[in-house]
Each structure stands twice: as structure tokens, then as C-alpha cells.
Design a protein around this ligand. Structure first.
Ligand code: NAD
Length: 471
């Protein structure tokens, strides 16, 4: 057994967010002999993790946290104690996109990673394995190593590993319990390889050994950006196809089915929609563009930039169709928006397509009536009031109504817009909704979620992505 493996009894995670919280809860559940402490600067977030109302909504997260919390899983604001006592420290802090850059790309801002690394160097009294779990540009592990070694105390050693997280919000617990793979990047020889073995030992408690892939640190860092860039690129590819379908009369679902049955391509991530959202895809692709620009690879940068451009084009195109269908004006018209989260089974609204759709609708003077099963009212209002989202933030309270259910949201509305693919939207009583709306009543299905023929039979005029229905 390696020295590291022998000593692993306490681990710490810096950052109690969408990644740090769920991933440590699963580690605690699967490794009952490990003490897992998750620390965060935000006392509010830690209080929520220690309460009955967790700070994030994820199916099954409650049961996993409640099974371990207070036994071998702890949430704390005492960052220094967490660092001091742990033999292995995950860095799971946010890596937001910088708002400024010279080219089109935008680097991930590593200020939180840097301050976490500086804190470790300041506080640590013995050797640590430091695991970079946040998504970072290539060679960030080297920067962490440099910060640690520039401030190292006598007798203390660090091994820095890359271990990017691939969980998807909405399915985080299932993804963590059954990961397609766990990636560990580190030095292949000497103490580096011992540290890799120690981290691998944690995952081996529940992940088959053949699914734990080790590689050099830079490949591991780039693989995370690459995986997200490929996923986003597939969505932009099918969305680009949806524009051709609308122009020709082809049906994007049929095309996706035909393309996806090719075993070389596969069926996943071929669902056309109003566009991708979430905190990661845009951020990571912009990071990739930035990386290519820095490496003087302009053609490669332009290739990945198109993935973002098509996504923005898709949202704009969809909203333009709403305006055009409603006789080219939506000023003072009521529009119902169903779904505000960036995808189903999460309350996360970061980069949600709904924010952008609402912005366009508000800028055209519409009154927007929003219902989402999980996103709290204050979150929606603050997302829509952000200065860079809406031209007239002061008008948001007057123009936006948050409704307790879909039926109230449909009251006296001209059009209903589906922005999130929540299951419950499939089983609503659309006759009841139709009766509440002004006529002609439009539905714009931005997620290809509903039974369009049934809606047309009720009397709705239906527009969706990648199909012509009312012609
Ligand atoms: P998040 O914003 O939900 O959580 C980050 C937490 O880190 C916050 O609570 C913040 O207060 C805390 N923090 C920041 N600096 C700190 C410091 N110096 N000390 C202690 N706490 C600090 O972010 P997230 O969604 O969990 O993402 C974290 C990282 O994981 C990002 O790099 C992201 O790209 C990556 N990632 C996210 C997902 C996802 O689905 N959200 C999936 C895979 C990877």
C-alpha cells in the first residue's frame, strides 16, 4: 500500500456548490471510513447544507446527504480546519467566465482557484494531495503547483492531480454513482503515481477499476473542456439542422432519428431545442476558444466559436418567430413562459435559454407570465433584472408576473412558450389552458416536448423547432 493510501482518513472539499456538495455526499456514502468535510466561504450556503432545505435541488440528493451528514459528512465554514486536518483536498470552486478578453474567447477566471491554493499553502502543516476538480484551462494544475511550492513550509510536500467532474445537473447523483468514467491526471511516476493511486482508491469503493482512467495532467484537463465542447457542438449541429428543416419542410426529429441510428454517431444529444444553457457549456467552449487564440490557432478558435454563435442564433430565431407569428408586434401582449430552469430536474438558471427568450420578449414590450416548478420567484426576478440581460431593468417588476401554476400563467395570454422540458408540462390540461387564453392562441414549443397534433386539434396554433406544422 502506498504512503498516501495508508494515510487517507480525512478529506476536505473547498467549494460547497453544485459539484462539491453532491460529489462529496456520494464519496461519504460510499466510503464510510473516510471523514469528508465540505467547506465554503458562504455561511449561508453552509447553513443550507446543514438544514432540511438543501441549497440545490437534485433528485435523490436529500436522501444521500441525510444518510451521512453528521456521521462522516460535514459542512463547515472553517476552511482552515478543513484544510489542516485533511490528507487530500478537492478544489471545487467556481471558475466563471471573464467578462473581458482580446479576442472572441473568454478565459475562465481562476481567482477562486488561486485563493483556495494560497489558503492551502498558508494553512497546511503537513503534506497534502490537492485535487483540481473545477473545470480549468490546460496547465492550471501547474499554476496551482507553482503557488503551493512558492509558499511551501519545511517538511511539507504537495502532489497536484486533475480529476475533472462530468456530472450533469438534474442527474447528478445517478451520474456520480455510475460514472461513464473517472478521469485522473497526474505524474506517471514516483510520488505522483502514489497520489494517483490514493485518489483512485477512493473511487474504487464503487467505480469499476476499468472505468477509472489515468493519464497525464494536461490531457485530463483538456479532456474535460473537449467533452463539453463536443456535447455543445452536437446540440449546435442539430439546431443548425433544425433551421434547414424549417426552411424545407423536413422534420428535425425524423432527421435526428435517422442520423442517430448510425452506430458511429449514436442517438444521444441530438434533440433540437431553443438552445443549450447551464453554467458549463458556454463557459467551457469560450475557454476553448480563448485557449486556441492564445495558442495562435485562429481557425480552430473560429470552429469552436461557431458552436456558441449557432446557440445564440437559435434563441434569437425562435423568439423572432414568436414576434412574427403574433402579427409582428407583442407590445403590451401577455406571453406565458413555461419553464425557467436551464433544463428539467434542476432549479439552476445559469445561462438558461428562458432568460434570453424573456429578455427578447421584454425588449419588445410584452408582459411575461412565468411558471417554473422549482425555480424560486426571487431567482427569476433577479435573473431578469440583471443589467446586461434587460435594457430596462426598472420595468421588470411591472412587466413580469411569476405564477404559482401553468393555468394562472396562461390567463388572458396570447401565446405560451415552452422553455424547459419539465415532465409535468406534458400532462397539463391543454383544453383548460386554451380556454383561458386569448384567440388565436399560440403555443411555441422550444423543447419539442408536446403532442402537437393534439394541441392543433384543440385549436392552438403551434410553432416548434425544426418542423412546419400550421402550413
Ligand atoms: P458553484 O458556484 O455552485 O460552487 C462553487 C462554490 O465555491 C461556491 O459556493 C463558492 O462560495 C465557493 N468558493 C469560491 N471560492 C472559494 C474559496 N476560496 N474558499 C471556499 N469556498 C469558495 O459552482 P459549481 O457549479 O459547483 O462548479 C464548480 C466547478 O465545477 C466549476 O469549475 C464548474 O465548471 C465545474 N463543473 C460544474 C458542473 C455543474 O454541472 N455545475 C459540472 C461539472 C463541472
Amino acid at each position: 500500500l502506498s504512503q498516501w493510501k495508508m494515510t487517507l482518513s480525512k478529506i476536505c472539499c473547498i467549494g460547497a456548490g453544485y459539484v462539491g456538495g453532491p460529489s462529496c455526499a456520494v464519496i461519504a456514502q460510499k466510503c464510510p471510513d473516510l471523514t469528508v468535510t465540505v467547506v465554503d466561504l458562504s455561511a449561508h450556503r453552509i447553513d443550507q447544507w446543514n438544514s432540511d432545505t438543501l441549497p440545490i435541488f437534485e433528485p435523490r440528493l436529500d436522501e444521500v446527504v441525510k444518510a451521512c451528514r453528521g456521521k462522516n459528512l460535514f459542512f463547515s465554514t472553517d476552511i482552515d480546519k478543513g484544510i489542516r486536518e485533511a490528507e487530500l483536498i478537492f478544489i471545487c470552486v467556481n471558475t466563471p467566465t471573464k467578462t473581458f478578453g482580446w479576442g472572441k474567447g473568454r478565459a475562465a477566471d481562476l481567482k477562486y482557484i488561486e485563493s483556495a491554493a494560497r489558503r492551502i499553502a498558508e494553512v497546511a502543516q503537513n503534506s497534502k494531495i490537492v485535487v483540481e476538480k473545477s473545470t480549468v484551462p490546460v496547465k492550471a494544475a501547474e499554476s496551482i503547483s507553482n503557488i503551493l511550492s512558492a509558499n511551501v513550509k519545511p517538511g511539507v510536500k504537495y502532489q497536484v492531480l486533475s480529476n475533472p467532474e462530468f456530472l450533469a445537473e438534474g442527474t447528478a447523483i445517478t451520474d456520480l454513482l455510475n460514472p461513464d468514467r473517472v478521469l485522473i491526471g497526474g505524474e506517471p511516476t514516483g510520488e505522483g503515481s502514489e497520489a494517483v493511486k490514493a485518489l483512485s482508491w477512493i473511487y474504487e469503493h464503487w467505480v469499476p477499476k476499468e472505468n477509472i482512467i489515468t493519464m497525464n495532467t494536461w490531457s485530463s484537463e483538456l479532456s474535460k473542456l473537449a467533452a463539453n465542447a463536443f456535447l455543445a457542438q452536437r446540440i449546435s449541429s442539430i439546431n443548425a439542422m433544425s433551421a434547414i428543416c424549417e426552411a424545407t419542410g423536413a422534420d428535425v426529429d425524423e432527421v435526428a432519428h435517422a442520423v442517430g441510428t448510425d452506430s458511429r454517431i449514436g442517438p444521444k444529444f441530438l434533440k433540437a431545442s431553443v438552445g443549450f444553457g447551464g453554467s458549463c457549456f458556454k463557459k467551457d467552449v469560450l475557454n476553448m476558444v480563448y485557449l486556441c487564440e492564445c495558442l495562435n490557432l485562429p481557425e480552430v478558435a473560429a470552429y469552436w466559436q461557431q458552436v456558441i454563435d449557432i446557440n445564440e442564433y437559435q434563441r434569437r430565431r425562435f423568439t423572432m418567430r414568436i414576434v412574427q407569428s403574433l402579427f409582428n408586434t407583442i407590445t403590451n401582449k401577455r406571453i406565458t413562459v413555461l419553464g425557467f430552469a436551464f433544463k428539467k430536474n434542476t432549479a439552476d438558471t445559469r445561462e438558461s435559454a428562458a432568460i434570453h427568450v424573456c429578455k427578447y420578449l421584454l425588449d419588445e414590450g410584452a408582459h411575461v407570465q412565468i411558471y417554473d416548478p422549482k425555480v424560486p420567484r426571487d431567482q427569476i426576478m433577479s435573473d431578469l433584472t440583471m443589467a446586461e440581460i434587460t435594457d430596462q431593468p426598472e420595468r421588470v417588476p411591472e412587466l413580469v408576473t411569476i405564477c404559482p401554476n401553468a393555468y394562472e400563467a396562461a390567463e388572458k395570454s396570447h401565446a405560451l412558450v415552452i422553455c424547459t422540458e419539465w415532465d409535468e408540462f406534458q400532462t397539463l390540461d391543454y383544453q383548460r389552458i386554451y380556454d383561458k387564453m386569448l384567440k388565436p392562441a399560440f403555443i411555441f414549443d422550444g423543447r419539442l416536448l408536446l403532442d402537437h397534433q393534439q394541441l392543433m386539434d384543440i385549436g392552438f396554433k403551434v410553432e416548434t423547432i425544426g418542423k412546419r406544422l400550421n402550413r
